[in-house]
Write a protein that binds this ligand. Structure first.
Ligand code: C2O
Ligand code: CU
Length: 432
């Protein structure tokens, strides 16, 4: 085996491994097995876990108004569940830790698609073990399509999911999980499971659907030459209009949908997507092929109605403290911490008290970010529209408007730094 180096470094351009594009699977009748996997790290193979033996697992595709039926088989030697992060589903289909799937057993996650188009993802959510299971390789994308709403956007091989995370290897070159209260971070990037990959792209418009699938790391995305890309969507689907940006900060579990116009690049051109926080060159893009007619970026998508809040709106406040507590509590799986009436808009505030960043995630719906005070002090362009996860840095207070329209039952509110979640930074609430 090559590569006893425990730290893949940026390879020469020619020897960068190709980006892996996960296999697409129709979510109407999908079968996914959580089990052992051989993860191809380019220079060598590491043992790990995967859905259908790959990292990322298959991309599950469905459409607004259809039904998903995702059968899961647990071939691990410990409990797991599969949570559709960003999917609005009945509580029994949400992969709650109380609905653990034991080793050797299965579960059928079945639900109608009642939400807007967008990219969600699936990952384990077992009690106290989520961080390790995700780190070992269990994660995949779920894409909800809406051909009407997405008219004019690149599709097929011009629509590329990018699952970003980091990795850490032991001395034998094997992916290693070292649980730390402050959050598990690695020392090299994995893009769709590949360290420092490259991709060849036609001189055309491309759509990248980017997910921060890391346990704890925040990515600051930008192009190496500082050029702009076009932000068109985030966690809960398309924004009401596209926006030109040169930087996006993406906390764990957040997604962005971006367009990159390569139509005026000549064959032989090269670009890179970077993380300017870690200083990593995430994905090298080589332009090759015949130029096509000029790309047309739609100028508007469907308008997003604002959730209306006023002086009589019910308010709740959540303080994320240190590494394991919300409002002075650690998670108790069988205990309902608060109740929320179905169909009523509320405002919730999230406040950080040490241990940040805390990417705060709510199950069961999408919400709108109203304000951020302290810390970075503003709502960013990629936080418009519908979100299910919002990044809380130190000293920050974020206010959201939220309403549960679809299902009653017990759902979760938690920090998506997975080591915080596993240590207890999570609450159960019941929509009633
Ligand atoms: Cu991405 Cu509660 O999960
Ligand atoms: Cu946290």
């Amino acid at each position: 085996m090559q590569g006893c180096a425990s730290h893949p470094t940026l390879p020469e351009s020619d020897s960068r491994p190709s980006l892996m594009i996960p296999r697409a699977m129709d979510a109407a009748d999908a079968l996914v097995t959580a089990g052992a996997a051989e993860l191809d790290l380019g220079s060598h193979v590491s043992r790990g876990w995967g859905y259908n033996a790959t990292l990322p697992g298959p991309t599950l595709r469905t459409r607004v108004g259809e039904r998903a039926r995702i059968g899961v088989v647990n071939q691990l030697s410990e409990d797991t569940t599969v949570h559709g992060h960003g999917m609005v589903v009945p509580a029994s289909m949400d992969g709650h830790p109380a609905d653990a799937v034991p080793p050797g057993a299965g579960y059928s996650y079945e639900y109608p698609i009642v939400q807007r188009a967008g990219m969600s993802w699936y990952h384990p959510h077992p009690h106290g073990r989520t961080g390790r299971q995700v780190w070992r390789g269990l994660a995949g994308a779920i894409i909800v399509e809406d051909p009407m709403a997405e008219q004019g956007l690149p599709s097929g091989d011009r629509e590329i999911p990018l699952l970003l995370r980091d990795g850490l290897l032991d001395r034998a070159g094997q992916l290693e999980y070292r649980r730390r209260d402050s959050g598990m971070v690695g020392n090299f990037p994995l893009v769709n499971g590949v360290p420092y990959p490259r991709i060849t792209l036609a001189p055309a418009l491309h759509r990248f659907r980017v997910l921060n699938a890391a346990n704890a790391r925040v990515f600051r995305l930008g192009m190496r030459d500082g050029s702009h890309f076009t932000l068109i969507g985030n966690d809960g689907g398309l924004l009401d209009q596209p926006l030109e940006l040169d930087t996006i900060e993406l906390g764990p579990a957040e997604r962005v949908d971006i367009l990159l116009d390569l139509s005026d690049h000549a064959t032989g051109g090269q670009l890179s997507l970077r993380c300017n926080r870690a200083g990593w060159d995430l994905l090298e893009m080589h332009v090759a092929g015949e130029p096509e007619r000029e790309a047309v970026i739609p100028t508007a998508f469907s308008p997003i109605p604002r959730l209306s809040v006023g002086p009589s709106t019910r308010r709740r406040a959540f303080r994320f403290e240190g590494h394991r507590r919300i409002n002075d509590r650690e998670y108790r799986m069988e205990h309902v911490d608060f109740r929320v009436p179905l169909g009523e808009t509320e405002t919730w505030t999230f406040e950080s008290a040490g241990g940040a960043p805390h990417p705060v995630h709510v199950h069961g719906t999408h919400f709108q970010v109203l304000s951020r005070s302290g810390g970075r002090g503003r709502v960013f362009p990629w936080e418009q529209g519908w979100k299910d996860t919002v990044l809380l840095e130190d000293q920050e207070r974020v206010e959201i408007a939220i309403r549960f329209d679809s299902y009653k039952g017990v759902f979760l509110l938690h920090c998506h730094k997975l080591e915080h979640e596993d240590a207890g930074m999570m609450l159960n609430f019941e929509v009633t």
